[in-house]
Design a binder for this molecule. Structure first.
Ligand code: SF4
Length: 644
């Protein structure tokens, strides 16, 4: 594409039309590589350091040459930003007549059928007064809204539980049998996606609906010439989720709730149905109660020891079997009962596969335990083959991009995990001057990270740095427990009165807003703030990381994958655990420098960075900051900053 050079030049159309556009050689090179990949229908895995301008680098060739394009993002925030801001401005600058559609998961759209059903439901006992108020607001909004996207109704909080009653799930959507099918928001959004030139989705939707399973979207991918994954470092995790199988107690409770309401409306005379639903509901709750832990992951081996879990699972299977038999006889009385019958059969089949109590040779069975729910999962040990098959099944361009995909510009780990052996790879460094803008500080005197009081030592080392930076910091922890401890210690530290914000005190966007607006604030957070967070300028001048973010080795999926690699005579630590840690660390570290004028210190409190042989690989993967172990240098760095 010969005109890319002029488009990205000082006096090109982007420079004239896109606010804040700067000429960056890396960006042009990346755009050229993407144009080439699109033209040849190849696969490109491209790492672009912060500030490269990768969004424009893929949007320009995609809009000019991409044919039908799917752009998939890791977060809804980026999805909205692309749809509402970036794509329209590039389209206007290039003057290309492409149509755009935004497609979110079905839980984002109001469902007329379930809204109607909730409005008709006279058994309001499960809804409180506030929710009834919300329900009325949702009803009004559904009448006037064109898209039915719940993000357009600010009066009802995004996490209000009423949304579950008025949106559909893949399980309970009635599809073409639905009486509201013709005016359905989900169907309309999908129709628009089918006809648009550029469709913006997120990774969950891509794997759950576009690539797998969902009938309504099965035609979308075959029609596409180009697929672009932004924030592609998240794909291994997301793909693992969706290439596996799972069944949760919440899904089962939803089925029980829907069956009860459908029975009231279409099979009032058949009392066995609600009675059986009550019994099944009890067995679902009993199953959760057999596990005392919460917010943890358990392997099949661990759960095998738990006799009460196995008994509760037996009772649930028996109860669900009875419910399915009743529904077999009643299903013809309404579309809703028919749907419940099919779900009961499907859920029963999944539970019975757990009942068999055996490991599958290529999947790992494990349980995620939440506060009030649990989910039984079967996750593939490797997604490489499955994903590769999908990619090779057709001829189209695939582009994977993110600021963090490689380890020292080596993509072996990512490509192996995703099955992208034949992909081309490329790496563009950030245009920022890290040697001047940032300082990497690894304090001395810290014990090994497994030390009982490790977090206390970290805080002790961090206090002078936080004083020197006058707050203005993210304190990123690798566990919730460490996060809580850091908060307690800072709260009670002597002569330390910077405003403290703790992850969980509000929604992520609310916490970020408070951080930006509170002078000298310190935000103490865990995983939620390691990525996708952009705070420019002085408000964020220090990022502290408590320890190297190795995934917990007792995680059942990780443990099984490690065992598999080691059994093959390979080195799981070097091939799998270390690269994942590097990619995670690069994400956390990436919060610090967000533009040409940002300055700041990255403090990594983990002596393994200097004492272990692999430590060198880690810091060499970070942007080329000046490194120090001396606090005096940190002080000097901030003093220079103040003098400016
Ligand atoms: S088709 Fe599905 S999502 Fe649409 S209104 Fe009907 S049940 Fe709801």
């Amino acid at each position: 594409m010969s005109n890319l050079k002029s488009i990205f030049s000082y006096d090109g159309i982007l420079s004239k039309q896109i606010a804040g556009f700067r000429v960056r050689p890396q960006q042009l090179e990346m755009a050229q590589a993407i144009a080439d990949t699109i033209a040849k229908r190849h696969i490109l895995v491209a790492e672009a350091g912060t500030g490269t301008g990768k969004t424009l680098a893929y949007l320009v060739p995609a809009l000019l040459e991409g044919g039908k394009v799917i752009i998939s993002t890791g977060t809804k925030t980026l999805q909205d930003q692309l749809f509402r801001r970036d794509i329209p401005s590039v389209r206007a600058a290039l003057q290309v007549p492409v149509t755009i559609a935004l497609l979110k998961g079905r839980a984002n759209y109001i469902c007329h059928y379930y809204l109607e059903r909730s409005l008709q439901d006279t058994h309001f006992s499960f809804i409180n007064r506030e929710e009834i108020q919300y329900l009325k607001q949702i009803e009004r909004y559904a009448h006037i809204s064109k898209e039915g996207d719940k993000s357009g109704l600010n009066e009802v909080p995004e996490n209000a539980s009423i949304w579950q009653q008025v949106t559909s799930t893949r399980d309970n959507c009635l599809g073409s049998e639905c009486p509201s099918y013709k005016k359905c928001f989900v169907i309309e959004a999908r129709k628009q996606a089918m006809t648009a030139d550029v469709v913006v989705v997120n990774h969950h939707l891509f794997f759950a609906d576009v690539m797998l399973r969902d009938e309504g979207l099965s035609e979308l991918l075959p029609a596409c010439n180009t697929v672009i994954f932004d924030e592609a470092h998240q794909l291994p995790e997301t793909a693992s989720l969706f290439f596996g199988e799972s069944i949760s107690t919440n899904q089962l409770l939803d089925l029980a709730r829907d069956t009860r309401v459908e029975a009231i409306q279409a099979a009032k005379d058949f009392v066995d149905l609600p009675n059986t639903v009550n019994l099944v509901e009890k067995t679902i709750r009993d199953l959760r109660l057999t596990i005392t832990e919460e917010n943890t992951r358990l392997s099949l081996a661990a759960i095998k020891q738990n006799a009460s879990f196995r008994n509760a699972l037996d009772s649930l299977i028996e109860g669900l079997g009875n419910l399915k038999n009743l529904l077999d006889n009643q299903a013809e009385r309404s579309e809703g009962l028919e749907n419940c019958k099919q779900r009961a059969a499907h859920h029963l089949q999944l539970l019975q596969s757990w009942h068999a109590d055996t490991e599958m040779h290529d999947h790992i069975r494990w349980i995620e335990v939440y506060h009030q729910a649990l989910q039984l999962n079967a996750t593939p040990l490797s997604i490489a083959e499955i994903f590769q098959k999908q990619i090779l099944a057709s001829s189209r361009a695939w582009i994977f991009t993110s600021a963090t995909l490689s380890v020292k510009k080596d993509f072996t780990h990512y490509n192996k995990e995703m099955g992208l052996a034949i992909a081309q790879t490329a790496c563009w460094d950030s245009p920022y001057d890290y040697a001047k803008q940032a300082l990497l500080y690894v304090p001395t005197g810290l014990p090994e990270p497994h030390h009982n009081s490790y977090t206390d030592y970290v805080v002790k080392a961090a206090l002078p740095v936080l004083r020197a930076s006058r707050g203005r910091a993210f304190f990123l922890c690798t566990s919730l427990r460490a996060m809580q401890r850091v908060y307690e210690l800072l709260l009670t530290a002597d002569a330390f009165d910077f405003p403290l914000l703790l992850q969980g005190q509000g929604s992520r966007s609310h916490m970020l807003e408070r951080f930006r607006q509170t002078p000298n604030a310190i935000l103490i957070a865990s995983q939620s703030f390691w990525e996708g967070v952009d705070v420019r300028g002085e408000a964020l001048s220090l990022v502290i990381i408590d320890k190297l973010p190795f995934a917990p080795p007792d995680d059942p999926v990780l443990a099984a994958r490690i065992e598999k690699i080691n059994n093959e005579g390979r080195n799981a630590f070097m091939e799998y655990q270390l690269p994942r840690t590097v990619i995670n660390l690069k994400q956390g570290a990436g919060r610090l420098i967000r533009d040409e004028t940002d300055r700041g210190v990255l403090m990594i409190c983990d002596s393994r960075l200097t004492t272990k042989a692999y430590g060198k690989q880690i810091w060499q993967s970070l942007p080329p900051m000046k490194r120090t172990r001396e606090f005096s240098e940190v002080e000097r760095f901030f003093n220079v900053d103040y003098d400016k």
